[in-house]
Design a protein around this ligand. Structure first.
Ligand code: DX5
Ligand code: ZN
Length: 230
């Protein structure tokens, strides 16, 4: 099975809450990943920042490879970097199953999305709260995933932007089940349900998981609130 297909098997199980390791203890990643696996996490969200596209620097290829050796869970890699097209192949080789690039960081989104699919990963496009949803027109047919940011990309622990709910609803109407709809930023027990109602299927949560003394309980609560009857 290709890594793209592997990632897309998550479709059978949504809603899915993905912990963002940005808020994990980087000094104990092995223990953090083991704790997440032990409470039944289905995939991990990894935030790569370059200090250029966003005013923050996190981690890159070596950490991704190290995480790849620690787990078989699908790795959902959120690239907050300039010129992501230069690194797609290397991120794939390091172990990414899904690669998401920002629409604001690429001049020719169709080319990058095709490049991601060609290497064998699932392709995602992300957009910040201030970016018009219409910028995605013309590339949705090449997206396996659309990531609606509910905070400006760059930091964990920010406040949820309500504009994300309208965007989720809009994309959901536009694409139906053809793409996986993900939301990221400020997701917690007060915000997750309305994102689910608006059509989100994947929910990224950093501080809401790692800020809790009991990851399992935090994930169960969030998952319960993300259930919507069809
Ligand atoms: C922000 C990152 C998020 C971040 C979310 O740019 O993309 O994944 O870790 O953190 P919380 O859930 O704390 O808003
Ligand atoms: Zn993210």
């Amino acid at each position: 099975m290709s890594r793209r297909d592997y990632f897309l098997t998550l479709r059978n199980a949504h809603p899915i809450v993905l912990p963002s390791l940005l808020s994990a203890d980087f000094g104990n990643l092995e223990r953090e990943v083991a704790s997440l696996e032990s409470v039944g996490v289905r995939a991990l969200h990894l935030d790569v920042m370059d200090g250029c596209f966003v005013p923050n620097i996190t981690f890159g290829l070596p950490i991704l490879s190290a995480l790849r050796r620690l787990t078989k869970l699908p790795l959902d890699v959120h690239l907050m970097i300039q010129e992501p097209q230069r690194y797609i192949e290397r991120f794939y080789e390091a172990g990414a199953d899904c690669l998401t690039v920002h629409i604001e960081a690429v001049e020719r989104p169709r080319e990058v999305l095709q490049q991601i699919r060609d290497v064998g990963a699932a392709s995602g496009i992300a957009l910040n709260p201030a970016t018009d949803i219409a910028t995605l027109d013309g590339c949705l047919d090449l997206c396996d995933l659309v990531l609606v940011m509910s905070v400006p990309a760059g930091f964990g622990g920010q406040k949820f932007h309500e504009v994300a709910v309208d965007k989720l609803r809009h994309v959901s109407r536009q694409v139906g089940d053809a793409v996986f709809l993900e939301v990221d930023g400020g997701i917690n027990t007060s915000t997750i349900h309305r994102c689910a109602v608006a059509g989100a299927q994947l929910f990224v949560a950093g501080s809401a998981v790692f800020g809790s003394p009991d990851y399992g309980e935090a994930l169960r609560q969030l998952s319960r609130l993300a259930e919507v009857s069809e």
